[in-house]
Design a protein around this ligand. Structure first.
Ligand SMILES: Nc1ncnc2c1ncn2[C@@H]1O[C@H](COP(=O)(O)OP(=O)(O)O)[C@@H](O)[C@H]1O
Ligand SMILES: [Mg+2]
Length: 262
């Protein structure tokens, strides 16, 4: 079965979508077959992957039973658009509403190695569906002091999923994004996070840079746009591959990271 990683946080702007997009790219370069699923009605991930706004079916049709997940895969992504907001409302009134994504994904990812689920900027029903469908959870958080609280809240929702509907869900860890390590505040926030969650904050830290905005504007992966910065995500991907037991991918990503640093 594929490793399914839900990327979540309790708010927007923590780098979830950038993380999903760049990890997908990094894992593919590491030789893994990747499917990404956009679970945010804002559809940012779908934009990144150049899915036309009117492409159908999307995750909304899949969740409401009007299309199969297999039919909704467009070039490695199941996209989302504003219709997902409506679908979420429709789901809210259903029996077993937390289990729907898990059900509709059954069999859809048999021929991929990793599924990355890009959650919306809240800990509501869609995020819970992602956690129930996932094998692993990854929290994205900014290098800010208030991120500590956000991580706590995300962990509580992960615990709810583990205690109830998805006992096998594993917490992979938290990744710190947008870290301006020249500032004391950023550095202290990272230290505080590591102290609060020993062994559960990835060594790889994603540095803050305007290059991320440029890279999305130009539709060029940060791994190509600024390899010296993209190496943060190659490191993260390598550490995740190691945690997943994907040794060949870990080695390949290590080689790529070395080249990017050279
Ligand atoms: N490491 C980074 N440094 C600077 N800006 C970033 C970084 N990662 C993401 N961004 C920018 O921050 C904004 C929010 O990122 P995004 O990945 O969409 O977050 P989320 O999905 O959590 O809302 C985007 O404009 C993105 O380009
Ligand atoms: Mg997003």
């Amino acid at each position: 079965m594929a490793h399914r990683i839900a990327v979540l946080s309790q708010k927007g702007g923590t780098g979830k979508t950038t993380t999903v997009r760049t990890l997908a790219d990094a894992f593919r370069r590491g030789g893994l077959r990747v499917l990404v699923i956009d679970l945010d009605p804002q559809g940012n991930l779908s934009d990144y992957f150049d899915v036309p706004p009117d492409a159908t079916p999307t995750i909304a049709e899949v969740l409401t039973g009007r299309a199969t997940a297999a039919d909704a895969i467009h070039d490695g992504i199941i996209p989302a658009n504003l219709q997902l907001a409506e679908a979420e409302l429709a789901l809210a009134g259903k029996m077993g509403r937390e289990l729907i994504l898990r059900k509709v994904l059954r069999g859809a990812d048999d021929d991929v190695d990793v599924v990355l689920l890009d959650c919306p900027p809240n800990l509501g029903l869609l995020t819970v569906n992602a956690l129930v469908a996932a094998t692993h959870a990854l929290i994205a958080c900014e290098a800010q002091y208030f991120a500590l609280q956000g991580v706590e809240q995300a962990l509580q929702v992960i615990e709810l999923a583990t205690d109830g509907l998805n006992p096998d869900l594993e917490f992979l860890g938290a990744v710190v994004t947008k870290a301006d390590l020249r500032t004391v505040h950023s550095r202290e926030a990272v230290v505080a996070l590591r102290e609060a969650h020993p062994g559960k904050v990835f060594d790889a830290v994603v540095r803050h840079s305007i290059a991320y905005a440029e890279s999305s504007e130009r539709g060029v992966s940060i791994l190509d746009h600024r390899p010296g910065l993209g190496v943060d995500y190659l490191d993260l991907a390598g550490q995740i591959a190691a945690a997943l037991g994907e040794a060949p991918a870990k080695r390949k990503l290590g080689t790529l990271a070395k080249a990017a640093r050279a």
